[in-house]
Design a binder for this molecule. Structure first.
Ligand code: N01
Length: 539
């Protein structure tokens, strides 16, 4: 059996950087990746219109100045092919591929207390590099499996009976799909649906969108990047990155930081602030005032502003009413679109509300809602993911005393800092539940976690420790803290994937932590205090 210092699961942005840093401190590393290329979420999500909702000058690695200077983003929001191109560039530039085994799924990981090592079983892979056999061992197991990687199609009766083509946005065919002249259904109106619907509508003969919950969306106003702006950022890239890291979401420091409540200003001023943010486009709309995610009344003002915009854009008042969300804005991830609402003004697009009458079954020729049967050539499921825990729990991970992670997390994920879980020594999760992860610019959070984990392993080695594991007290206190922060916000007030509410039977627990800067400071403090809250041992 091949032995490594570190095994990393996943070769997205987290796994790639983890490999680079771990190598940098002299560790032997093997990365296992289920796909046949790097890029993680950007490898799988190739649906039409897929594009990042964080601006491209921010959504990239900052660990290497030459890299960030040489790479040229072309648009305000990068497309999926451009981001995947960037991931491949990074893999080539840092010669990462030689330590990545592609097309290989990790099936199980078992910890042995006697050796303080993990044994991993894989499916052997399909790329011919099975020289190590199906089992490898490593001192450290690092999960870089992503927060939104476990694609989910609801368990509709008759799903397999459909005779046409079905797709999930998160598992899109590599050579694309031609919807020309076809009758297409899209189920789901989250970010993936909202990005793909306008493009599918332009290709398809007929598009029917099945919406269970109306979503808030703000315009992207995507455009080619201004060369002067780009140069200005590059001249001071480190300072720009540092400023962004001080924002709660680690995004968007170029806009004014709000100082007042939405309720402290008069309605005309409030309206003009919203109008200005709307015109700028993108996620910073929610940063217009300090309390939009904290106070329901403040939130109502922003929600009503967006509702009025929807009524303005959508011509048929009845369709506009169905597209108008009633929930708290920002409670689910805010969507960023290009022409989404206007798509419903097209003659070939129909909106079907399935909030009170759900899709009852998939039939050989389409699907049924109540007594209405629809016929389609293709069904696109934009139905999301088993987020944050899905990919982790799909692997049989057995820690101390044979206890599985599924069992340890049966009432919801429990971690210390989103980095480690009691009972699972030498085990790290990059952007794990209990860390800011999906509430931030993911690449910033990934780099912060990878840097912390690398320093931690370096410290263990330098000090002759073989094992690290969180204490129960530290973990319990951390889980309580994450819940207290969440309860201070409006996030728990709707059925979002942040809470696991989109997966039937999943425990309802708010999984990410709001507030990147305080979190990063806490992690630094823990390290500075000799890894406070962890037990380090040399036996
Ligand atoms: O998934 P989602 P997503 N019958 O879970 C509906 C990131 N992302 O892939 O809201 C009918 O948001 C479901 O309805 P409801 C981003 O963080 C980023 O779109 O549960 N409908 C919902 O409308 C995002 O938040 C980018 O009532 C059903 C939809 O399917 C996250 O990924 C782009 C249903 C799922 O929406 C996930 O986004 C894309 C059923 N049985 C994604 N079950 C960018 O960077 C589910 N739905 C721009």
């Amino acid at each position: 059996m091949a032995e490594y210092d570190v095994v990393v699961v996943g070769a997205g942005f987290a796994g790639m950087y983890m490999l680079h840093r771990a190598r940098g401190i002299g560790l032997s590393v093997r990365v296992f990746e289920a796909g046949d290329g790097v890029g993680g979420t950007w490898y799988w999500n190739r649906y039409p219109g897929a594009r990042c909702d964080v601006e491209s000058m921010e959504y990239s690695y900052q660990f290497d100045d030459e890299l960030q200077q040489e790479w040229e983003w072309t648009e305000r929001y990068a497309t999926q092919p451009e981001i995947l191109g960037y991931a491949n560039h990074v893999a080539d530039r840092f010669d990462l591929r030689r330590d990545i085994q592609f097309d290989t799924r990790v099936l199980s990981a078992t910890y042995d207390d006697a050796t303080s090592r993990w044994t991993l079983r894989t499916d052997g892979g399909t790329d011919g590099r099975t020289d190590d056999g199906d089992e490898v061992s490593a001192q450290f197991l690092i999960m870089a499996t992503g927060c939104l990687s476990s694609a989910r199609i609801p368990d509709f009766p008759g799903l397999d009976s459909f005779e046409g083509e079905t797709y999930h946005t998160g598992r899109w065919p590599h050579d694309g799909v031609d919807f020309g002249g076809k009758r297409v259904a899209v189920v789901g109106t989250g970010s993936s649906g909202i990005q793909s619907i306008p493009i599918i509508a332009r290709q398809a003969r007929e598009l029917v969108v099945f919406q269970r919950t109306a979503s808030y969306s703000v315009p992207a106003y995507n455009a080619p990047l201004d060369e002067v702006e780009k140069r200005k950022i590059k001249e001071n890239y480190a300072a720009f990155r540092a400023q962004n890291s001080l924002m709660p979401t680690a995004i968007g420091s170029r806009l004014p930081v709000p100082e007042v409540s939405a309720l402290e200003v008069d309605p005309a001023e409030r309206e003009s602030v919203y109008e200005e943010r709307w015109e700028q486009g993108g996620l910073p709309f929610l940063g217009a005032f300090i309390d939009l995610l904290l106070d329901k009344k403040a939130n109502d003002t922003a929600a009503e502003f967006v509702r009025a915009k929807i009524r303005e854009i959508v011509k048929d008042p009845d369709v506009a009413a169905r597209l108008t969300p009633t929930t708290v804005i920002g409670c689910k991830r805010l969507c960023v679109d290009t022409g989404y609402f206007a798509t419903f003004n097209r003659d070939n697009v129909e909106l079907v509300d399935v909030s009170s009458e759900p899709i009852s079954e998939i039939t050989p020729h389409g699907l049924r809602v109540g007594d209405r049967e629809f016929e389609f050539d293709c069904i696109v499921f934009a139905t999301g993911f088993d987020a944050m825990t899905g990919a982790l729990l799909s692997i049989e991970i057995r820690g101390r005393d044979g206890r599985t992670l599924q069992d340890a997390w049966s009432a919801g994920p429990r971690t210390y800092l989103g980095l480690n879980s009691v009972g699972f020594p030498n085990f790290f999760t990059i952007s794990g539940p209990g860390s800011p992860s999906v509430l931030t610019n993911m690449i910033v959070s990934i780099e912060q976690h990878v840097n912390w984990i690398t320093d931690c392993i370096g410290y263990l080695r330098e000090n002759g420790h073989r094992r690290i594991e969180a204490t129960l007290e530290a973990q319990d206190a951390w889980v309580d803290f994450v819940n207290v922060v969440a309860d201070f916000t409006l996030f728990p007030s709707c059925n979002s994937w942040y809470l696991g509410a989109n997966v039937p039977g999943k425990p309802r627990v708010f999984m990410p932590l709001l507030g990147f800067p305080t979190y990063a400071a806490k992690c630094d403090d823990v390290a500075a205090k000799g890894y406070e809250g962890f037990v380090l041992s040399s036996t």
